[in-house]
Design a protein around this ligand. Structure first.
Ligand code: FCB
Length: 459
């Protein structure tokens, strides 16, 4: 099923994913430095339940439990992320060897069980000292990221073949620096555009270094969204959402440029002190594969205050600096996140994206759903038919996209464990496995059994 660094695509390869800050806990162990999420979560009012990732699922200390679950699930690969502040507590310079040991053991444990490791280098836990020095709106952060990526590849590149540089840079840039909903919690549209460019530059520089060291499986993970205008009147707003959400990444990655309509909105991207000569050439053509995370479509309408417009992406129009008078209109049914359930959105997105990045294999790097999980079987395990249905119908949508010609190689379910869901704290549960908040004991849900059976039934 795996040919070299990528799944061969003959059948869909299955995986599951987590992220360091969401599962590891032990945020003060073994010399780990503070990240922007530790700082952000400590501020009152940022996380709905006032929680943070200091305990999370305790995965840092329960590696064997997680490995056993992954082995039994039978996934082809496990997508996890590496916490930069464990490797470089200051974000640059000094390496903390104890931080590396955990990932060494994780990678070896996966390989022992026949699970291919897929390492995400940055899933949002920026070392706090780098934010203090300007964060992603500062160019230097991109250079530091490339150094860190090189260090990690030197240590794990003999065993890890699949590398994701960044997870969802849209969230880092626009939720983190424009909407203030994610760490570091700034509300400055121009800073968000500078961050977007430096995230892309960091990706491009890191990919170049990894390729020079012989890596062949380097990609980026984007939360692309299908954008569906509700009416003809909303076509203009939909184009802007597509520009700020999707094309801001895809145009530089594929064509080495920002589109004119985006440049019209985003002054920092017209500033040649920000976008310097050679930057876009570094970003272009850097992908061996593209990761697509999908949860819900964006239905865009012209805002109507009388209609009590609310945002399906969470009152998020602030996250689209330059977008005026638009609203998101999610339909029913919705998950606990308020996100519309629409598998056709995934099919549409994959077919459209395949056309936008010709020749680049696609992996669905995240897909899943938060539900109430309030039903249990006689043994006390959660029975979650809604989640099973969500996974089943979305996997079918991926298969339709494949039949429609999209080169989609893998489907990765978000997520192995109920975990720290960022600004939602522990209130939203996406896991295939429940984690008892008192004991941190892992209790597989019906969806875990269903996924294991589905994987086994795949030829
Ligand atoms: C994505 C994130 C992931 C998780 C899911 C629900 O945006 O990449 O960490 O929180 O959403």
């Amino acid at each position: 099923m795996m040919s070299g660094h990528l799944p061969d695509g003959k059948v869909l390869a299955y995986g599951t994913a987590t992220a360091s800050y969401q599962v590891e806990g032990s945020t003060n162990a073994d010399g780990r430095g503070p990240s922007i999420w530790d700082t952000f979560a400590a501020k009152p009012g940022t996380i709905v339940d006032g929680s943070d990732g200091s305990v999370a699922c305790g995965s840092y200390e329960r590696l064997d439990d997680d490995l056993a679950l992954l082995g039994e699930l039978g996934v082809a690969f496990y997508r996890f992320s590496i916490a930069w502040p464990r490797i470089q507590p200051d974000g640059q310079g000094r390496i903390e060897p104890r931080g590396f040991d955990y990932y060494d053991r994780l990678v070896d444990g996966l390989l022992d069980r026949g699970v291919a490791p897929m390492a995400t280098l940055y899933h949002w836990d920026l070392p706090q000292p780098l934010e203090d020095a300007g964060g992603w709106p500062a160019r230097d952060t991109a250079l530091r990221f490339a150094d860190y990526a090189t260090t990690v590849h030197e240590r794990l590149g003999d065993r890890v073949q699949l590398w994701a540089t960044l997870n969802e840079p849209w969230c880092s840039a626009f939720l983190g620096y424009a909407a203030g909903k994610h760490a570091p919690g700034r509300e400055d549209g121009d800073a968000a555009y500078r961050a977007a460019h430096h995230l892309l530059l960091g990706h491009g520089l890191a990919a170049k270094r990894l390729h020079e060291s012989g890596a062949e499986g380097v990609g980026i993970v984007l939360n692309l969204t299908p954008v569906w205008p509700e009416t003809d009147e909303a076509n203009g707003a939909a184009r802007v959402v597509d520009a700020i959400h999707n094309r801001v990444w895809l145009d530089p990655l594929v064509h080495g440029r920002y589109a004119d309509d985006l440049l019209d909105l985003a002054a920092p991207l017209r500033d040649d002190d920000v976008v310097r000569d050679g930057d876009l050439a570094t970003v272009a053509g850097s992908l061996d594969w593209l990761g697509v995370n999908y949860y819900t479509p964006a239905r865009v309408a012209v805002a109507d205050p009388d209609a009590g417009d609310e945002g399906g992406l969470g009152q998020m129009t602030q996250a689209y600096p330059g977008l005026a008078d638009a609203a998101f209109r999610p339909r029913a049914p919705r998950t606990e996140m308020g996100w519309e359930i629409e598998p056709a959105g995934l099919e549409d997105l994959l077919v459209q994206t395949a056309g936008r990045v010709p020749g680049v294999p696609l992996l669905v790097t995240e897909n899943g759903a938060a539900f109430g999980d309030d039903e249990r079987d006689a043994d006390g395990a959660i029975v979650d038919p809604d989640r099973i249905d969500y996974l089943d119908t979305h996997i079918a949508a991926v298969e339709r996209a494949r039949q429609g010609g999209a080169d989609v190689r893998a489907y990765i379910a978000w997520t192995l464990l109920d975990n720290f869901e960022w600004a939602e704290g522990y209130t939203k549960k996406f896991g295939l496995v429940e984690v008892d908040p008192e004991t941190l004991r892992r209790i597989p849900k019906a969806s875990y059994r269903w996924y294991a059976d589905h994987i086994r039934a795949t030829p």
